[in-house]
Design a protein around this ligand. Sequence first.
Ligand code: MG
Length: 120
Amino acid sequence: MPDDSNTPIAELKRQVLAMCRRKGWGDENGVQDPQHVAMAMTVEMSELLEHFQWLGPEDVRALLNGGDPQRVALIGEEFADVMMYGLQLADALNIDVTQQILRKIDIVDRRQPKPNEPRR
Ligand SMILES: [Mg+2]
């Protein structure tokens, strides 16, 4: 069974692109307009956020402790929508996800903490 431990990001990019081609979305290679993809990603992020709307701290704690698996499953679906658009955006603009994330981690590590940044 494929999961995060055994599936390269390149394989996920390939599968999302193949889905787009099957659906007739985007150009002949399944590549969609990155502006449209970025906008759609925001819509999907809002759908994800909707599952957190009006939750109290005890509800969030329940999510963290596995107390609401149905809600977590719905959050997972919206998370997948966001990530699938993210992979399409990366594909359309030739962004290497791994290189960009590692580069960003390095930038954040070197940056002085912002005044309102959460601290432990
Ligand atoms: Mg959705």
